[in-house]
Design a protein around this ligand. Structure first.
Ligand SMILES: Nc1ncnc2c1ncn2[C@@H]1O[C@H](COP(=O)(O)OP(=O)(O)O)[C@@H](O)[C@H]1O
Ligand SMILES: O=P(O)(O)OC[C@H]1O[C@](O)(COP(=O)(O)O)[C@@H](O)[C@@H]1O
Ligand SMILES: [Mg+2]
Length: 323
């Protein structure tokens, strides 16, 4: 006896690489366990427009390796209101859908929590490149986004070394420095500016002068968007180090595209299947994640009200190794 018989899946908020692999896992596991599975187009926006269709094994064929999301994603103001949430729950009830899996970020999780208050069983899957969701070590898409940044920095290094320039690279991560931190460690960046760690531009400039004086031929500063614009950091740097002639690169939405890494595909596959099994067992209002390799389900309220801790050990290591 399963606690749900008909389930739906949607993707919401900023898309991320691996969302398709998660949708595929939800659909194929759901069907394997004898459920009917429905797809909702365009997140909560599509839900409120009853943009819902039945999915079968073939509807998720040939998508495991694709970035973006075949269900498309959206941001929806109306769903932030109680009326919107009641309407969404009623649309699902009218179709006999008793469980919904929401793949998205912290905002989408809050929507799932509100739906569960309206009697729909919900599960959240962490789909965002930002890695800003607590109670999971990794979010789906983060690993691919970091790889995109590292690949870009490899290229920048070539030309920056030739000209003995410094390179300022602005990366995504709304309020979270994880992309900057992990890409910084992997690419040997000299400076990593993140919202979680206070910094002093005088010290940043001094360190850069020392690096050039000690024979470095280039210097990389990664700026998480939560800190500010790369252009502003460049202006502050030039004031303190006028002979430096930095170049700014804003990687932007390139970080959200491309084929997902094997890590993201496997994470998405495991979490998608786990979310289905949680619903079948009667769980609801939970956020699925991975902690030290183990799949876990945590109350959504706890997850959205807990800030993810920043890994200071990794930050200090990155700085130590880039001397
Ligand atoms: N507090 C909330 N209550 C209900 N729905 C919400 C809430 N916050 C966000 N949402 C819904 O989730 C959507 C995606 O949220 P957003 O913060 O933009 O992206 P993400 O889920 O990637 O963090 C919003 O457009 C809105 O429809
Ligand atoms: O898609 P938009 O509106 O340009 O949003 C950009 C934002 O979305 C992200 O790419 C992902 O954030 P969310 O997962 O919270 O939507 C952020 O890094 C960035 O600040
Ligand atoms: Mg978010």
């Amino acid at each position: 006896m399963t606690a749900v018989k008909k389930i739906a899946v949607l993707t919401s908020g900023g898309d991320s690489q691996g969302m398709n692999a998660a949708v595929r896992a939800v659909v194929r596991s759901g069907l394997y366990f004898g459920l009917e599975v429905y797809g909702v187009q365009r997140g909560y926006h599509g839900l409120l427009n009853d943009d819902i269709f039945q999915m079968d094994l073939r509807s998720v064929g040939d998508i495991i390796h694709r970035g973006g999301t075949v269900l498309q994603s959206a941001r929806c103001k109306e769903f932030r209101t109680l009326e919107g949430q009641q309407k969404g729950a009623q649309i699902l009830r009218d179709r006999g859908i008793d469980g919904l899996i929401v793949i998205g970020g912290d905002g989408s999780y809050q929507g799932a929590n509100k739906l569960s208050q309206q009697g729909i069983k919900t599960m959240g899957l962490p789909g965002t490149i930002d890695n800003d969701i607590s109670f999971t070590d990794y979010t789906i898409g983060f690993d691919t986004a970091v790889s995109v940044v590292v690949d870009a920095i490899n290229k920048l290094r070539d030309t920056m070394s030739s000209h003995e320039r410094s390179s300022i690279v602005e990366v995504m991560g709304r309020h979270c420095g994880d992309i900057a931190l992990h890409a910084g460690l992997a690419s040997g960046a000299e400076t990593i500016l993140v919202p979680e760690v206070e910094f002093n531009m005088d010290e940043v400039a001094e360190r850069m002068k020392q690096n050039f004086a000690h024979g470095k031929r280039h210097s990389i500063i990664i700026v998480a968007e939560g800190v500010g614009r790369g252009e502003d950091v460049a202006a502050e740097l030039v004031k303190r180090f006028p002979t430096n002639d930095p170049r700014v690169t804003v990687l932007g939405h390139i970080q959200r595209g491309g084929t997902p890494t094997a890590f993201d595909r496997n994470l998405a596959s495991r979490l998608g299947d786990f979310a289905v099994r949680q619903l079948i067992e009667g769980q609801s209002d939970k956020a699925c994640g991975i902690i030290k390799g183990e799949l876990v389900a945590t109350d959504i309220n706890t997850v959205v009200n807990t800030k993810k801790p920043f890994n200071m050990d990794l930050y200090e290591l990155a700085i130590r190794l880039s001397q």
